[in-house]
Design a binder for this molecule. Structure first.
Ligand SMILES: NC(=O)c1ccc[n+]([C@@H]2O[C@H](COP(=O)([O-])OP(=O)(O)OC[C@H]3O[C@@H](n4cnc5c(N)ncnc54)[C@H](O)[C@@H]3O)[C@@H](O)[C@H]2O)c1
Length: 249
């Protein structure tokens, strides 16, 4: 499968990440279908993709997208509760909650449903790709494709390959990342280590910031100030996680 063959993209899970991922694919010309579990969840995602803080309407208002592009983007995405509607997808990006058993069962269901040639990509924040891929037969077309939040805005995607991932799949997903306006980095799967590159390093820094706080070396506010002013971080290590986890409404 190469990028020209990718006509229809499926996104499993339309939460904080899945909505932003689907929005990005649709905005860059891909027909996209999002699967979530109820009308309420789907309506919430649609609302966030269009009207949310980093939604499409805001992109028009900020001059990042024309009204014609907005209309075309809206026409390119749709929603479903039925996995069978993803059967003709050429690429499926999984963004269900970070639960290993759930992800494996979702991939097993997808493997039985979606056409054999399709690539499966997981947005897991850190589970080993060589563990997740045990749920599918198509191990050469299984890869990590790890976005950052808010997905529509942040410029990097980690492309994480397991030993079984084919070079063709890696190259295709790098090309997809580029088409989406993202920079990709190539990451070797490291089973037993959680967080790929950016999160692994970031979590280590946050853990150290908590130790500094617990030892009474400095207040939380001063720790944040030190990292903002000392290293030009946009936010300190003790204040950054909340927005990403809670979503950006
Ligand atoms: N939030 C972040 O900052 C962030 C950043 C990068 C990666 N991630 C990863 O992205 C993934 C999703 O995280 P999130 O924050 O978007 O979670 P979320 O809880 O906001 O969204 C998950 C969505 O998946 C849906 N879902 C559950 N089971 C499903 C199923 N079987 N089929 C289809 N949809 C299903 C839920 O209803 C929900 O809407 C996780 O693996 C997480 O680690 C999160």
């Amino acid at each position: 499968m190469n990028i020209e063959d990718i006509k229809l993209v499926g996104v499993m899970g339309g939460g904080v990440m899945g909505g932003g991922i689907a929005q990005t694919f649709a905005a860059h010309g891909f027909r996209t279908v999002v699967r979530d579990l109820s009308d309420e969840l789907i309506e919430k995602t649609r609302q966030s993709m269009v009207e949310g803080r980093f939604g499409l309407r805001g992109a028009v208002e900020r001059g990042k997208m024309t009204q014609a592009e907005f209309d075309a983007t809206l026409a390119r995405f749709s929603f479903t509760q039925d996995v069978a509607d993803l059967r003709d997808c050429d690429l499926v990006v999984e963004a269900v909650p970070e639960n290993l058993d759930l992800k494996k069962s979702v991939f097993a269901e997808l493997d039985a449903t979606v056409k054999k040639a399709a690539i499966f990509a997981s947005n897991t924040s850190g589970f080993a790709i060589s563990d997740l891929n045990k749920a599918v037969a198509r191990k050469d077309r299984f890869i990590g494709f790890h976005w950052f939040s808010p997905a529509f805005i942040m410029k990097i995607v980690e492309v994480v390959y397991a030993p079984e991932t084919s070079e063709e799949t890696i190259a295709t997903m790098e090309a997809v990342g580029e088409r989406l306006g993202k920079t990709t980095i190539r990451v070797k799967d490291a089973p037993g280590k959680y967080g790929f590159v950016a999160n692994r390093i970031y979590f280590a820094m946050v853990a150290e910031a908590h130790r500094v706080l617990e030892e009474g070396v400095a207040s939380a506010e001063d720790i944040n100030t030190a990292m903002r002013l000392g290293f030009n971080w946009p936010a300190g290590p003790l204040e950054m996680v909340q927005g990403a986890r809670k979503g950006w409404q």
